[in-house]
Design a binder for this molecule. Structure first.
Ligand SMILES: Cc1cc2nc3c(=O)[nH]c(=O)nc-3n(C[C@H](O)[C@H](O)[C@H](O)COP(=O)(O)OP(=O)(O)OC[C@H]3O[C@@H](n4cnc5c(N)ncnc54)[C@H](O)[C@@H]3O)c2cc1C
Length: 400
C-alpha cells in the first residue's frame, strides 16, 4: 500500500508523505480542483509502505481534551493591528523568539501571491505570518527542515491548521518533540489555491494594474482593533479593491463553506480534542464577556498540554485575558464541535469555478458592488475613532 491508496475524503494534502518518503518518490501535484495531492513515482517507489502507514489520514492522535482556555487580547497595540483577531499567535511567537531563540513556522503570502509555510527567526519577520490567509497553505518540505532544526538542538514553534500539525507529528517522532511547540487553528476548512489564483488573475485585469498583495481581514489603523472580514486586493497603482464578503466570489464561497477541500467536511480535528499544544481562534461566545474589550476582535487561546500551560505562566503577562468557558465556546464556534456540513452544491462546483466565464460566476456567487460602495468602504476602514463616534451619535439621534 502507498499513499495513493488513501481515499480522497481522508487526504488533507498536509505533505507528510512527501516528507517521510525515504526514496523521495513522492511529489505534491494539484488535482483537477487545484488542491495539493501526493503523486507517487512508481519507478522510484520501493513499496516500503511508510507513506501509507504514517499518513495522519489513517491515524487518530491528539493531545488532551483542552485543559483551559482564555479570551485574550495582546497588550502590544502595534502587533495587535496586524493580527486577525486578538493577537494570540503573535504573542506566543514573539515570546518564543525572545526567550528561546526559537524558529517560528507558519503560513505567509509569498512573492507569487500564493500561500506557503515558511520559517522565520526574528520578531521583525513575524508580520509575514500574521493574519489569516483563508486558503490551503503549501507545506512543501518544511517538516523535514523542522525535524533537522530540532535534531540540531533548536526550539521550534510550528503553527498551522490541525491537519498540518498532524502532518508534522508524522514526520517528527515523539522522542524528538521535547523542544517542539505547536499552535493549531480553529479551522472552518480550506478552499483551493487555484480558485484564489483565478480571482487574483481576474482582479489583475483592473485599470489599476495587477494585484500586488491581498488581505482577508483588516483593522482600521485609526480606530479600535476590531477586524473586518473584507476581501482587500492591493493594486499596483491607486486605491485597493475592497469588497464585503457577499460581494466577493472567493470570500462568499468560503464563508458559505461551498468550496472546501473534500477532507475538510470529514475533519477529525474539528472538536475539543485538540492536536496542538495551543489552539487559537476567534471568540464566538463573546456576548458572555461584555466587560472584556467589547468593541474589539479578541482571540480564544486554548491551553491543551502541560507544556503549553507551563509556557502560558511565563507569557500571559503579554495579554489582557479572562477565563473562557471552553465548552460554551464550542457550542457557538462550530469548528470546535463538528466539521462543516457538506452541501450538495459542492458537487462539481470547481469545474464551474475554474472554467466558466468569470462574469457568470460573479453573477451567481456574489452580489454586485457599486463604485460608491467601494469608496464608502475605503473611507469607513480608515475613519478615525473619534469621527466614528460622532457619526454613530448622529445616526442614533436621527433614528430616535
Ligand atoms: C483557513 C482558516 C480558517 C479558519 N477558520 C476559523 C473558524 O472557523 N473559527 C475560528 O474561530 N477561527 C478560524 N480561523 C482562525 C482565525 O482566522 C484567526 O487566525 C484566529 O482568530 C487567531 O488570530 P490571531 O490574531 O491570534 O492570529 P493571526 O494573526 O490570525 O495569526 C496567524 C496565524 O495563522 C496561521 N495561518 C494563517 N493562514 C493560514 C493558513 N492558510 N494555513 C495555516 N495556517 C495559517 C499563521 O501561521 C499564524 O499562526 C481560521 C483560520 C484559517 C487560516
Amino acid at each position: 500500500m502507498t499513499v495513493s491508496d488513501i481515499v480522497k475524503t481522508h487526504c488533507t494534502g498536509c505533505c507528510a508523505c512527501m516528507n517521510m518518503c525515504p526514496k523521495n518518490a513522492i511529489q505534491m501535484v494539484t488535482d483537477e480542483e487545484g488542491f495539493y495531492v501526493p503523486q507517487v513515482n512508481a519507478e522510484i517507489c520501493v513499496n516500503c509502505g511508510k507513506c501509507y502507514s504514517g499518513c495522519p489520514g489513517n491515524d487518530d492522535h491528539h493531545v488532551d481534551e483542552s485543559l483551559t482556555g482564555y479570551l485574550v487580547r495582546l497588550k502590544d497595540s502595534v502587533h495587535l493591528k496586524n493580527s486577525a483577531s486578538g493577537g494570540a499567535f503573535v504573542g506566543i511567537a514573539s515570546h518564543m523568539i525572545k526567550e528561546y531563540n526559537a524558529l517560528v513556522v507558519g503560513a505567509a503570502i509569498t512573492e507569487d501571491l500564493s500561500v506557503k509555510h515558511i520559517i522565520i527567526e526574528s520578531t521583525e519577520q513575524l508580520i509575514k505570518l500574521q493574519n489569516s490567509k483563508y486558503v490551503q497553505s503549501y507545506v512543501g518540505n518544511v517538516y523535514q527542515q523542522v525535524r533537522k532544526a530540532l535534531e540540531d538542538g533548536r526550539t521550534v514553534l510550528f503553527s498551522g491548521t490541525p491537519c498540518q500539525i498532524a502532518g508534522l507529528y508524522a514526520v517528527v517522532p515523539l522522542k524528538k518533540r521535547e523542544r517542539l511547540y505547536t499552535v493549531d487553528l480553529v479551522c472552518h476548512g480550506v478552499p483551493s489555491p487555484a480558485l484564489l489564483r483565478r480571482q487574483i488573475e481576474m482582479d489583475s485585469k483592473s485599470k489599476q494594474g495587477r494585484v500586488v498583495d491581498y488581505r482577508f481581514r483588516y483593522k482600521n489603523p485609526n480606530a479600535e482593533s476590531n477586524s473586518s472580514y473584507m476581501m482587500m486586493m492591493m493594486m499596483m497603482r491607486g486605491l485597493p479593491l475592497v469588497r464585503r464578503t457577499a460581494q466577493d466570489v472567493y470570500f462568499n464561497l468560503f464563508m458559505q463553506g461551498l468550496d472546501f477541500r473534500e477532507s475538510c467536511y470529514n475533519c477529525k480535528y474539528a472538536n475539543l480534542k485538540r492536536i496542538g499544544d495551543f489552539t487559537v481562534g476567534d471568540c464566538d461566545s463573546r456576548e458572555f464577556y461584555p466587560y472584556f474589550h467589547p468593541s474589539e476582535s479578541n482571540s480564544i487561546l486554548l491551553i491543551n498540554s502541560k507544556k503549553a500551560a507551563h509556557l502560558w505562566d511565563d507569557f500571559s503577562v503579554l495579554f489582557d485575558f479572562t477565563e473562557l468557558d471552553v465548552h460554551r465556546e464550542a457550542e457557538y464556534n462550530h469548528q470546535l464541535n463538528h466539521p462543516f456540513k457538506r452541501s450538495e452544491q459542492r458537487d462539481g462546483i470547481y469545474e464551474e469555478l475554474l472554467n466558466e466565464e468569470w462574469s457568470v460566476i460573479k453573477n451567481k456567487y456574489a452580489i454586485p458592488q457599486s463604485k460608491i460602495d467601494r469608496y464608502k468602504l475605503l473611507a469607513l476602514l480608515n475613519t478615525p475613532a473619534w469621527v466614528r463616534k460622532i457619526l454613530s451619535k448622529i445616526r442614533r439621534r436621527l433614528k430616535g
